[in-house]
Design a protein around this ligand. Structure first.
Ligand code: GEK
Length: 241
């Protein structure tokens, strides 16, 4: 594994729109662990999910694979033969690190540098969008989910993890306050938290859980369940039966 460098990015730079560039790729592992409550649990459960739903001789997709954490979680969970994992990310800097991180994978991981909106999804038993759909324009999300559904085998699942927002003003305020307290407890300063918040504005676009469920159903998925929530972070399972 590439060494885990501490994220002090927002002590140094101001709040320009967030980009997955070389600076971010260097600190990303630390950044996501200290910013997303339950991130480690999503990885652990992606392994469990792969163990239950990966089908023999099928493909597993990790869309927005970053440094390869979810791809590796899939690889370590698969219990059947002849699977291939396809990891896709449009950031060259992230993929470069991903390539070296995933070299020792027990299952072949093919990496593609592309916009996930162009990825051909076929013969998939498990598809993972672990905190990636939130970076896709809202109006493009349904088409992507429809293409994922179409490319999945019966019995397959989509794991969709997202930062979400809430319709009620009080609930929304409290979840934001709780998340920011979590970040401070992880060692980020008030200034780092506020710069990151500004930097992600209009880049990471959260939606309510109900909007995700409704869209997944419209895309064709037969069943949708929220299996995890911690403050304003959630993960859902969408089934093709
Ligand atoms: C993990 N899943 O560790 N096409 C391809 N990649 C994209 C696109 C796009 N249109 N938009 C964003 N990305 C990972 C964590 S991070 C989540 C995912 C976060 C990529 C982007 O380059 C980044 O690597 C990733 O999606 C989102 O389980 O940073 O909150």
């Amino acid at each position: 594994m590439v060494e885990n460098v501490k994220d002090i990015l927002f002590t140094q730079k101001d709040a320009a729109p967030f980009a997955f560039d070389a600076d971010v790729s260097r600190v990303f592992e630390d950044m996501i662990q200290r910013s997303v409550p339950g991130y480690g649990l999503t990885l652990q459960m992606i392994s469990v999910i792969a163990g239950l739903y990966a089908q023999e001789n099928s493909k597993l997709y990790d869309l927005g694979c970053s440094l390869g954490a979810s791809s590796l979680a899939l690889a370590h969970g698969i219990k059947v033969d002849d699977c291939e994992i396809i990891g896709v990310d449009n950031s060259a800097a992230m993929l470069e690190k991903c390539r070296s991180n995933t070299q020792q994978s027990p299952v072949t991981i093919v990496l593609q540098q592309d916009d996930i909106q162009n990825t051909v999804i076929e013969d998939a038993s498990v598809v993972v969008l672990n905190f990636t759909l939130q970076f896709i324009a809202k109006e493009a999300r349904l088409l992507l989910l429809k293409r994922i559904y179409k490319g999945m085998r019966k019995g397959g699942v989509l794991v969709l993890s997202e930062k979400v927002c809430f319709v009620g003003a009080f609930e929304q305020q409290q979840h934001i306050a709780l998340h920011e307290s979590f970040k401070k407890a992880q060692g980020y300063s008030e200034l780092e938290v506020s710069r990151k918040r500004q930097s992600l504005e209009n880049v990471l676009i959260p939606e309510p859980i109900s909007a995700h469920h409704a869209r997944l159903k419209t895309a064709g998925f037969d069943e949708v369940q929220t299996w995890f929530q911690c403050f304003n972070f959630t993960s859902m399972l969408a089934y093709k039966r």
